[in-house]
Design a protein around this ligand. Structure first.
Ligand code: GTP
Length: 213
């Protein structure tokens, strides 16, 4: 059956769609070495960026859902770089959520704290010359951290969780999500052992960027 929309309804529908930043595109099964998950694909209507949620169990309508908001780190997540703590945190989170049997990882395409992969490599090159992670960003003309959590919050709203326990050491993630209407019942620390290549980076995160380490 087809309905023809009047001009007024069509305009109202268009503006409601325009307000949605992100839309859910597809969901599929994702068996992994950490356990069996569902993968939800999302697309940002404004910048076309693709983000995914990795979900264990049925989280719709649930409280205190164990959740990690993970920003993309190709070097750490894919290549096993020892310069940061990203890859290990992602693995820990996947294993932990699988153990609990219910939870969410949002994998946000915010590479390099939002500056992108090429600029992160530029920043790494400056770090090779002695700058720390914050100084390198600033030298390139960027703030330390360009991330915003409104898209992540919208994805959590679409997944239908009531409240979350957030796996993070970063207080800005907590305030950024809360500002966007997400209830966080608890922060769960995510502890990683330092190695000789990332210990300076972790100290800078603690002393300059406010991470709880
Ligand atoms: N610009 C820049 N980005 C980096 C560097 N090292 C790692 N990153 C990025 O930092 C981000 C870290 O993401 P997350 O692990 O989700 O966030 P976090 O701020 O460490 O907070 P938690 O892990 O939740 O405690 C990723 O996007 C990495 O690509 C660096 O030296 N410079």
């Amino acid at each position: 059956m087809h309905f023809r929309l009047g001009m007024k309804e069509a305009v109202e529908l268009k503006s409601a769609e325009d307000e949605l930043v992100v839309r859910h595109v597809a969901t599929a099964n994702l068996p992994t070495k950490y356990g069996h998950f569902k993968i939800w694909a999302f697309e940002n209507n404004r910048d076309g960026k693709e983000h995914v949620a990795i979900v264990a169990g049925d989280v719709q309508g649930k409280d205190d859902v164990l959740t990690r908001i993970h920003s993309e780190c190709v070097t750490g997540d894919v290549f096993g770089s020892l310069k940061c703590d990203c890859g290990e945190q992602l693995e820990r989170a996947l294993a932990h959520i699988n153990e609990v049997g219910e939870g969410i990882i949002l994998y946000m395409r915010q590479e390099g704290r939002g500056i992108g992969l090429t600029n992160k490599v530029r920043a790494y090159s400056l770090q090779d010359q002695g700058m720390d992670t914050v100084e390198a960003n600033n030298h390139l003309g960027f703030d330390d951290d360009l991330r915003d959590y409104s898209v992540a919050a919208e994805m959590l709203h679409i997944l239908g969780v009531e409240s979350i326990e957030l796996l993070t050491n970063n207080p800005k993630k907590i305030s950024g999500l809360r500002e966007n209407g997400i209830k966080i019942s608890e922060r769960k620390p995510i502890r990683i052992l330092a190695n000789p290549f990332n210990s300076h980076y972790l100290n800078v995160k603690k002393n300059k960027s406010g991470h709880i380490l």
